[in-house]
Structures are given as structure tokens and as C-alpha cells.
Design a protein around this ligand. Structure first.
Ligand code: FAD
Length: 484
């Protein structure tokens, strides 16, 4: 009988899926990537709204295997990030492994392999299932009466309609998160009117975003300078994010700095509207490259704070009866942040699905694996460091670890999953770290219904340490062909 070929299926071709793809390719492992859209890039393909800039240093948003010496700015625009991702896919020959416009709707562990079903009804099988489906991928709309009654164009910020001209229109932007802030400040400097509808104020980081100089770009091409820069970045990240994890002078100094930005608002009423009533960092901090606070003081901009009663054909009606007449309405209302892999139906051992195990709480082992789901590895799953480690850096650590598990699975002819006990131990360690962090004590998109933030609450070097060593005692090795 011909020997069965060891295969991996990756679902998703955003930066996580492409990173994994490149590593699998280098390791000489057979794999296929399924991507439901027609292009790579995920977040950076879908979000094309004006004012989108990466919130970490451009240099931190690189695949470690493909430096980019030519970022135009300290914080690159979203279009540039997407161009870089596409370039990586082209130059590294990753596209030929991707089946575009193919959504995986079901993945089932059959006892020794994973069986996949696409939306077109085709099936595929693989030993390993990598879910690179993203954590900010499924747009969410608010439940506001009359959403379908608005007479003008309306769309989610992740589905920007570039057919709608900006100039001369009355724009409404619902949302005060990172997208709402970036869109409002971008529109503010255009020849149009903008009303931003917010329910609560955000701490906004007003930052400089200078262009990269010719000298910087040339310097980085020197291997020594590049290595030095990487080392500095690593050190910087470790130190810079400490304030999120422990209260102390660093956290207080940060709050003072941010409160200082608000001082530039002259109108006391507007300042009050935009002053948060919770601690800095509890929600994801919008980064402003074109001075949001200056933008909202322009005569063509209005910030409306309060509850929207309903949407009517002419615009937005507030609970106090005020009507804002609008031509275009943008929903910068975020994503279903805990959808992880869904709506895909994922079933592990004994016919148990992720919907069942996550019914009461979402959990994982290390953000990457689940007990009872052998050979399933998530990239940036629940408890991944979405906030205190740049995503490519976190991915590097996760992927290095997953490759070692894949090696074990392949070498021993087994399927690997964390044990229930190891998962509980991991969750207890994570749970113990939360009380001091800035992420507890206010409503934010990180937290589940019980108020537990589903992210990495430890220093980033602890993340590295977790993935540096495979803790064999945490794992169960299931002989292939065990009945499901
Ligand atoms: C507006 C916005 C701005 C952001 N800015 C930053 C930032 O500045 N810095 C930062 O670190 N992070 C930022 N993020 C977070 C960002 O999502 C991550 O940095 C990163 O892009 C996630 O990559 P990913 O590959 O894990 O997921 P995604 O980019 O979401 O990619 C997932 C891919 O999987 C595909 N997919 C999903 N389900 C299926 C299926 N069933 N079948 C087939 N294909 C499927 C999707 O089509 C998509 O292409 C931002 C997010 C948003 C929404």
C-alpha cells in the first residue's frame, strides 16, 4: 500500500497564515492554504479606510524572515502594510499554495486526520490543521433600530466603499475605537462635514509620524545596524509594556502624558466629552497620526456623545431627539473579537465541537491549542498577546513551537494535544496575573462575558519562554487512528 503523505492544511492567508506557510515551505512539509477571499492580507486587505496606520512601529510589523528597509514612515499606512504582505507572498512563491475564494465551513477530526469541507462542498484531508483565521475578522454592527432605513450609502469600516466621494458630504462615523478615531481625524481635514457618534471617550495617543529619511533606510541595509536595531526593539518592547502589567510610577506617568494631550482642547464641554472615566490602557489605545484632538476642534467636525435612538432615512436620531442629517454613515463598530475560527464548525475527539467546549468560557492552552482537538493549532487564538507583543513577533514564537509539535506528530505517527490538566494549569497561571493589569476594571473588547480579558497578561519575555521549551508533560500523544 502506498504510504500516505503527511500534510498540513492552513486556513487563512493573513499575516499569520502566510508566516506559517513560509515556515512549512522551508521545512519541506506538504501543505495547502485555504483563503475565503481572493487576496492575501486579511486585516490589511479588508481595512482600507482613510487614516489607517499601523499602531506599532512599522519595523515591528515585519516578518522576521523578510526585512523591509523602505517603510515610508515610522508608522506605515495600512496600504503600505498590505503592499508589503503581497510582496512577501509573491517573492516567496506562497500564492501557488493558496486556494483563494475557498472558505472552510467545517473541520472534523476523524480519528487520525482532519477532514475539511469547503463552502463549495469539496473535501480535503490533512494530518495537521492550522487555524490562522484572525481575531479581528468578523465585522460587528450595533443593534440600532432602523439600520436598514438610512437613505444614503452606509458601510462597516472594514468594508470601506471607495466609490463614495468624500468631498462635499455630511459623514457620520459611529464608534470611538481605533478605527473611529482614525477615520474621524482623516475626514476632518477633508472638504466635508463629520459627526462622530461616541458612547464613551477613549484615551488617544497623539503621536508624531515622521517620514523615514534616506539615511535611515540606507543604514538599515547594513547587517550590523539591522541586528542592533532588532535587539533595541526587543528591549524596548519588554520595558515599554511593563506599565500595562503592574501599577506604579510608569503607569502614572503614562496617564499624566495622555491627560496632557487632552489639555489642547479649548472648549470645556468638548474636553469633558472626550475625557475617559477609566484607567489608561484598559481599552485598546487609538493612535492618532494627524492629531485627533486638533481634528475634532475644526469647524467641520462635531462629536456627539450619548445613546443613538434610531437611524432614520435622513440620518441619526439621538435619544434626546436631536437629529443629525447625514449623507454617508460609517460603522466603526469593531469586530466579533471572540469568534475565533467561527462560523467554521470545528469538531474534535468524540464528536465534541468548539461551540460546546467554549459555551461557558473561551479558553486555550497557550493561545494555540485545545485539549480534545489533536493536531489543531491556532495562531493568535484565545490568550495570545494581542496587546503587548507585536503580532509578527508573537507569531514567530508560536510558529516555532508549533513546528516542533508538527515534527513530533510526524516522527511518532501520533496526534498531539494538551492535556486537560495542563490547560487548567495554564489558565490558572494566566488568571493569577490579571488582577494587576490595566485590562481589568472596565469594559473592553478583550473581555469575555465574565469580565476576563482573553489576552496574554504576562511580560512578553514570559511569552517567549513559554514557547521556547516544549513541556512534554503538558501534552498527550494520541495514536493515529484512535476512533473519534
Ligand atoms: C483596523 C485594524 C487595524 C489593526 N491595526 C493593527 C496594528 O496597528 N498593529 C497590530 O499589531 N495589529 C493590528 N490589528 C490586528 C490585526 O488583525 C493583526 O495584527 C493581524 O493582521 C492578524 O493577522 P491574522 O493573519 O491572524 O488574521 P487576519 O488578518 O484576520 O486574517 C485571517 C484570514 O483568514 C481568512 N479566513 C477566516 N476564516 C476563514 C475560513 N473559514 N476559510 C478560509 N479563510 C478564512 C480571512 O479571510 C483572512 O484573510 C488591526 C486590526 C484591525 C481590524
Amino acid at each position: 500500500m502506498a504510504e500516505r503523505k503527511f500534510r498540513v492544511v492552513v486556513v487563512g492567508a493573513g499575516i499569520a497564515g502566510l508566516f506559517m506557510t513560509e515556515k512549512l515551505k522551508r521545512a519541506g512539509i506538504d501543505f495547502t492554504v485555504y483563503e475565503k477571499a481572493g487576496e492575501v492580507g486579511g486585516t490589511w486587505r479588508d481595512n482600507t479606510y482613510p487614516g489607517l496606520y499601523v499602531d506599532v512601529l512599522s519595523r515591528q510589523y515585519e516578518f522576521p524572515f523578510q526585512p523591509n528597509y523602505d517603510w515610508s514612515r515610522k508608522y506605515a499606512p495600512g496600504t503600505e502594510i498590505q503592499a508589503y504582505i503581497r510582496k512577501v507572498a509573491d517573492q516567496r512563491g506562497l500564492r501557488e499554495h493558496i486556494r483563494f475564494n475557498e472558505e472552510i465551513v467545517e473541520a472534523r477530526f476523524t480519528g487520525d486526520r482532519w477532514r475539511f469541507t469547503t463552502a463549495k462542498g469539496e473535501t480535503d484531508e490533512a494530518d495537521i490543521f492550522i487555524a490562522a483565521t484572525g481575531f479581528l475578522h468578523k465585522p460587528v454592527f450595533p443593534e440600532i433600530e432602523g439600520r436598514d432605513r438610512f437613505a444614503g450609502p452606509s458601510f462597516h469600516s472594514a468594508r470601506w466603499d471607495h466609490g463614495v466621494a468624500i468631498a462635499g458630504k455630511r459623514w457620520g462615523v459611529i464608534g470611538s475605537g481605533a478605527s473611529g478615531v482614525q477615520i474621524t481625524e482623516a475626514l476632518a481635514w477633508e472638504n466635508c462635514n463629520v459627526t462622530q457618534f461616541i458612547r464613551r471617550a477613549q484615551w488617544v495617543h497623539i503621536r508624531e509620524n515622521p517620514q523615514s529619511t534616506w539615511f535611515e533606510r540606507m543604514l538599515l541595509r547594513l547587517p550590523f545596524a539591522y541586528r542592533l536595531r532588532q535587539r533595541q526593539l526587543w528591549k524596548f518592547i519588554n520595558e515599554a509594556d511593563h506599565w500595562r502589567l503592574k501599577p506604579g510610577p510608569q503607569r502614572s506617568a503614562m496617564e499624566r502624558e495622555f491627560a496632557g494631550y487632552l489639555e489642547s482642547i479649548k472648549d470645556p464641554e468638548l474636553k469633558k466629552k472626550l475625557t475617559p472615566d477609566y484607567h489608561l490602557g484598559c481599552t485598546r489605545i487609538p493612535k492618532s497620526d494627524r492629531n485627533y484632538y486638533a481634528a475634532v476642534q475644526r469647524p467641520n467636525v462635531c462629536v456627539e456623545k450619548g445613546r443613538i435612538a434610531r437611524i432614520v432615512p435622513e440620518g441619526v436620531e439621538m435619544a434626546d431627539g436631536t437629529l443629525h442629517a447625514l449623507d454617508v454613515l460609517v460603522y466603526a463598530t469593531g469586530f466579533d473579537t471572540h469568534a475565533y475560527m467561527r462560523p467554521m464548525k470545528v469538531t474534535g475527539l468524540n464528536g465534541v465541537s468548539i461551540d460546546e467546549i467554549w459555551k461557558n468560557r473561551i479558553f486555550s492552552y497557550g493561545g494555540i491549542a485545545l485539549p480534545g482537538f489533536p493536531n489543531l493549532f491556532m495562531l493568535y487564538g484565545p490568550f495570545a498577546p494581542v496587546n503587548n507583543v507585536p503580532v509578527p513577533m508573537g507569531l514567530d514564537q508560536e510558529i516555532g513551537y508549533i513546528l516542533r509539535l508538527i515534527d513530533m506528530a510526524r516522527g511518532r505517527g501520533v496526534a498531539v494535544a494538551p492535556s486537560v490538566a495542563a490547560t487548567e494549569k495554564f489558565l490558572a497561571r494566566i488568571g493569577d496575573a490579571f488582577p494587576d493589569t490595566v485590562w481589568v476594571g472596565c469594559k473592553n473588547w478583550y473581555s469575555d462575558q465574565q469580565g476576563t480579558p482573553i489576552l496574554w497578561p504576562l511580560p512578553q519575555d514570559a511569552h517567549k519562554a513559554f514557547f521556547d521549551e516544549v513541556a512534554l508533560e503538558d501534552l498527550e500523544f494520541i495514536p493515529a487512528a484512535q476512533s473519534a
